[in-house]
Design a protein around this ligand. Structure first.
Ligand SMILES: [Zn+2]
Length: 190
C-alpha cells in the first residue's frame, strides 16, 4: 500500500526529486507538497481511504483539521467516516475554532493533517480540542515526516512514512555537484 501512496504522490507532483531549498533554509533531494495531490478529488479520496483503514479500531466522533493543510484532508476523511468534520484556524498566532464550530465535551476526536513533521501544529490543535473537554485519539496524516526518534506524545497514523534527509548548504552533496537548487513554491531558481 505504501507503494501506491508514493505512486499517487509522484503522479500528482506532490513528491518531487531533485535539489531543493526548504523553508528551513536547508537543502534536500526530495520535496513533498501534499496540496498537489489534494488538487484531485480522486487522489484525495484514495489517500483517505487508505488512511481510514488504519483507523478502524477507533471510535471517532469528530475530525478536526488545522487550516490550511488539514482542511481538505479533514473534509474527505469525515466524508468517508460519515462523521462531522471541522477545521481550526490561527488568529493572532493562536489556534482557535471560528465560524460557530464547537466540540462536545467527552467526544472522541481525530486530528487530520496533510503532513506531520515536528508535531508543533498538531500539539496546538490537541490543546485546543482538550480545552473543550474532548479526547484526542491521535493524528491521521498523509505523510509522516517525523524524524524516526521523535515522539510527539500522541498516536500518529499515516498513509506513508518518508524520511527526507536535509543538509546545511555547506554540507550539501548536491551543491558540491553544482546542481541548480530549486525553491519549491516559487517559479524561479534560487
Ligand atoms: Zn544544496
Amino acid at each position: 500500500m505504501e507503494n501506491r501512496v508514493l505512486e499517487i504522490l509522484k503522479e500528482t507532483d506532490a513528491f518531487l526529486e531533485g535539489h531543493f531549498l526548504l523553508s528551513s533554509n536547508r537543502h534536500s533531494k526530495q520535496y513533498v507538497q501534499c496540496a498537489k495531490a489534494l488538487r484531485f478529488a480522486d487522489s484525495a479520496e484514495e489517500l483517505m481511504k487508505i488512511l481510514k483503514e488504519k483507523l478502524n479500531h477507533l471510535d471517532i466522533d469528530l475530525v478536526v483539521g488545522p487550516a490550511m493543510g488539514g482542511v481538505i484532508t479533514s473534509y474527505e476523511l469525515g466524508r468517508q467516516l460519515k462523521k462531522e468534520s471541522i477545521f481550526s484556524e490561527r488568529e493572532d498566532g493562536v489556534v482557535k475554532l471560528r465560524r460557530g464550530f464547537d466540540i462536545k465535551e467527552g467526544s472522541n476526536v481525530i486530528i487530520s493533517e496533510d503532513v506531520v513533521t515536528t508535531g508543533k501544529s498538531t500539539l496546538e490543535v490537541k490543546k485546543l480540542i482538550e480545552s473543550y473537554g474532548a479526547n484526542v485519539l491521535g493524528v491521521a496524516c498523509i505523510v509522516d515526516r517525523r524524524a524516526s526518534d521523535l515522539d510527539i506524545g500522541i498516536d500518529v497514523f499515516s498513509c506513508i512514512k518518508l524520511n527526507i534527509e536535509s543538509f546545511d548548504e555547506a554540507n550539501c552533496p548536491l551543491c558540491k555537484e553544482n546542481i541548480p537548487v530549486y525553491k519549491p513554491g516559487s517559479r524561479k531558481m534560487k
